[in-house]
Design a protein around this ligand. Structure first.
Ligand SMILES: Nc1ncnc2c1ncn2[C@@H]1O[C@H](COP(=O)(O)OP(=O)(O)OP(=O)(O)O)[C@@H](O)[C@H]1O
Length: 207
């Protein structure tokens, strides 16, 4: 797996950022509401206008098509979008049956779901269920780096712990770089690692 490097990434409210995450490293980003955290993740995922380059290992984003980049550098947005009728229809068929389906069933179990959740209609999903299932959907694409936007914001402590454990397991096993926007100071302290704050349009180390 590869590290993730931001090279002069800037958007409408943010001065250019240089930041390098090693393969398998998790870095937290926090900051006041409206300070530009989500826009930073969306800029890295190449979803909004911005300046700068991003590297996955030795490969610049500009040398990949957007769909390939967004599969390899997976963004989990704060609000997930569901378009098909059932949960399972949002996952590649190869991940829900056949040799690879074990991973998905294992992730579902780790997040407190029985395998039949794949047959559930998306209309019945609660906010927290959507949030946890969106993580499984993202991991099923086997991203080499993860961008998490408040991945546990809607969860009770039990499910928050489940999500933290799954992300940490995936990070270690896949050596995936993880850039995690979190409003929760306890979470940042509990999980440790480098943490930064966005304030006044700049990214500074959290003290
Ligand atoms: N398409 C847009 N056009 C104009 N302004 C925008 C657009 N998208 C976001 N903004 C503004 O840019 C600023 C940063 O937005 P962003 O969503 O990154 O905030 P955030 O730090 O993630 O906030 P929160 O913690 O509340 O989610 C906000 O003031 C927001 O209103």
């Amino acid at each position: 797996m590869a590290g993730l490097r931001l090279d002069g990434i800037a958007h409408r409210t943010l001065a250019p950022i240089d930041l390098a995450l090693d393969a398998g490293e998790r870095v937290f980003v926090s900051g006041p509401s409206g300070s530009g955290k989500s826009l930073l993740l969306r800029a890295i995922a190449d979803l909004d206008p911005h300046r700068g380059e991003v590297w996955l290992g030795a490969e610049p984003r500009s040398r990949m098509t957007p769909p390939v980049w967004r599969r390899r550098v997976g963004l989990l947005s704060a609000e997930s979008f569901w378009w098909a009728e059932t949960v399972g229809a949002h996952l590649p068929a190869s991940q829900t049956s056949g040799p690879d389906s074990g991973y998905v069933n294992d992730w579902l179990a780790k997040l407190g779901f029985a395998p039949d959740v794949l047959d559930w209609s998306v209309t019945r999903l609660s906010t927290g269920e959507r949030q946890r299932l969106a993580l499984v959907r993202r991991l099923a694409q086997r991203p080499e780096a993860l961008l998490l936007d408040e991945a546990t914001a809607n969860l009770d402590p039990v499910n928050r712990d489940r999500v933290e454990t799954l992300v940490e397991t995936y990070r270690h096993e896949q050596e995936a770089a993880v850039l995690w926007v979190s409003h929760d100071p306890e979470q940042r302290r509990r999980l440790g690692g480098r943490a930064f704050v966005i304030g006044d349009g700049r990214l500074e180390p959290e003290t």
